[in-house]
Write a protein that binds this ligand. Sequence first.
Ligand SMILES: *Cc1c(COP(=O)(O)O)cnc(C)c1O
Length: 382
Amino acid sequence: MNGPGRRPQTTIFTTMSALAQRHDAVNLGQGFPDESGPAHIIEAAATAMREGRNQYPPLAGIPELRQAITAHQQHWYGLAPDPDEGVTVTAGATEAITAAMLALVDPGDEVIALEPSYDSYKAAVTMAGGTLVPVRLDAPAFRLDTARLAAAVTERTKVLLINSPHNPTGTVLHRAELEAIAALAVERDLLVVTDEVYEHLVFDGREHVPLASLPGMWDRTVSIGSAGKTFSVTGWKIGWATGPADLIARVKDVKQWLSFASGTPFQYGIATALASGEEFYRDYIAGYQERRDLMVAGLRGIGFDVYEPEGTYFVTTSVAPFGYEDGMRFCLELPERCGVVAIPTQVFYLGEQEARPEVRFAFCKQLEVIEEGLKRLGAGLA
Ligand SMILES: *Cc1c(COP(=O)(O)O)cnc(C)c1O
């Protein structure tokens, strides 16, 4: 964290976006879609705005959205959070994660998360006075070693913070892995917070199984979702936390002193979005699967070692075949060398300085953009 009087650290995304601009590069770094979002969702938010729904929403979110979140969880997972007591809308999943950590973690507590991990986890746990304890997913398969997870639990462990589908590796936890996590949580009486922002982005007919749906888990789990990735509207920052009333009450207690509430017209848009028929979700997955296949095949053809993702819109590669042991150096050179931006995976590790050969590419881009990026990589790395 940055103390008073210190300059805020620039994130890798800021550095890379500046390089992208300077070299007019194809940005396959940051994970936001380069499209404007589905028309029926945009229209629902615009209509809400025109109808004058522009003032503060309730702390927990508008009832229409809370009901839509419950209906969505019921439809896909058979879960039934109480729309009044068991659902709270947040300023993106990011606020839900931070509020959950501040609500559930006391100074000195430990929170276990899969590593590499999304960059806000460490900040959120640190703000709560806790310590993030990483459990590594190792290349090439990036599977969860459940014995390693169990060994990381100590007397101080309070929360398991589990992200699946997993950014950046693309791992989707299998049912056996989820059952092992659930058994551990029950045995050691741990709370679980799940980051499921890529719940609809699972490929090859796989299924996303929320931990909260496993036996013994509902009462101890806060599940976090977001509209940004699923509906290609990352700038709206509408997320949510669902779970048992007592845990959600604690999250809301914190959230009221963070944003309090936000995004009234966007909440109406997402209430409409969540009610999209199954066909919408099928098309969404099919569109991304096509792009994943293009990206994976293209990168393999150029000579990258590619770890094919089971979910999310990221693909992790190794740049060792190009003679690099340091993905950071590769990524810093890439915009000038090829006119492409990618993200070194080492920024998703606690020991951020340690050089690693993995590099992450995002494929939440138009097919032509991916094709252009691949063409440039092929030419520049040849
Ligand atoms: C994008 C992302 C988030 C943040 O979601 P917002 O709704 O934009 O705040 C959280 N977790 C993971 C793993 C992400 O990739």
